[in-house]
Design a protein. Sequence first.
Length: 421
Amino acid sequence: MATAPQTARVQQGETKADSVLFVLSLGLFFLWGFATVLIDILVPKLKGLFTLSYTEAMLTQFAFFIGYFVFSMPAGAIVSRLGYMRGIVVGLLVMAIGCLLFAPAARMGVYEGFLVALFIMSGGITILQVAANAVISIVGPEATSSSRLTLAQAFNSLGTFIGPFIGARLILSDSTEAVDISQLSPDQLSAMRIAEAAQVQTPYLGIAALLGVLMLVFWLKRDLLPRTGEAPSKGLGLHLLSNPRLLFGVIAIFAYVGAEVSIGSVLVNYLSAPERLGASEQQAGQLVSLYWGGAMVGRFIGAAIMRRINPGHILSLFALGAIALTATSALTTGFVSAATLLAVGLMNSIMFPTIFSQSLRGIGEEAPKAAGLLCMAIVGGAILPVATGAVADQMGLSLALAVPVLGYLWIVFFGQHASKA
């Protein structure tokens, strides 16, 4: 929870310490964006490697995003007890452990091993989300919190823009011809899976090394924000949901993350389909960078726009744009179908930071618990992609896009509510 010194810092405006904290937080946003987006590359890789259906392949997203639901409340308690800076160090440590677990999972060549690694990694990122998003919100005037958080999310998007390009190069094949696994003997299949799975661990081991450096930096700077010295208050903070603004924001985060992840998860298979681009998995994986790159560009622009225009109105407008582009993609083929779905990334750009900051307006000292509730809602990234995969298995990828469209419809409503509240 915010302490008296922290409240004074907000009232006085930005200080030199605020600037340092803001810059350090940008590094966190970049790195967890890079790590998270690699899951979009894992989905087609593991789907082919372990002969999975779309529903089964989406368990990678489920294992990762269910962690937000499991860890968000403990994360809020950790941050309340240890303070923001020490909470960030704990988050970096847990995230690094998850990344390191990719090594034994690859050596065993077992699908469930990757799911466990993703689950642990998400626990660390959840702690970082609770701490870093709250830090961005308090280091400066409340009136510009949406703008600051949007700018920070732009660096998160820089990570998600670079991640697919590097991940596709390291993980996916550049051949358009798939290996016929049915023709392999059990020993050959096991050897192939171990060899192919070894490609998956490389980027995550690199991320673990960078996390170690960040842990050291944040530990050395741990006194920039004071510890609360207080035990976290009892309860999960569910009483805060009596505030309609926060309640609707929690649902909006669920809908947004679910919609964004659903589209990102199917993009490689969607773009490589013959009726669209017929690209190799590696080529399609690199094109996924355009989806996340659109979000990066939109966030830099949105950080400036929302200093002048009501954030709620902008949010509704962008959600309507996402609906229009997704529907166009589902109803067309070829280049138009591919380009319009990739362009949804631009519409996604300002959604998370705007929903998050608008939901926290007026919460005050219980901001860590409110942030925990919002981060718990990121579980939408576990639920909606599985639903999308189930529809894709039964009706095809085009009709499966109806699932994210439903999520964007709620965001239109929340934007209008936030603009009037």
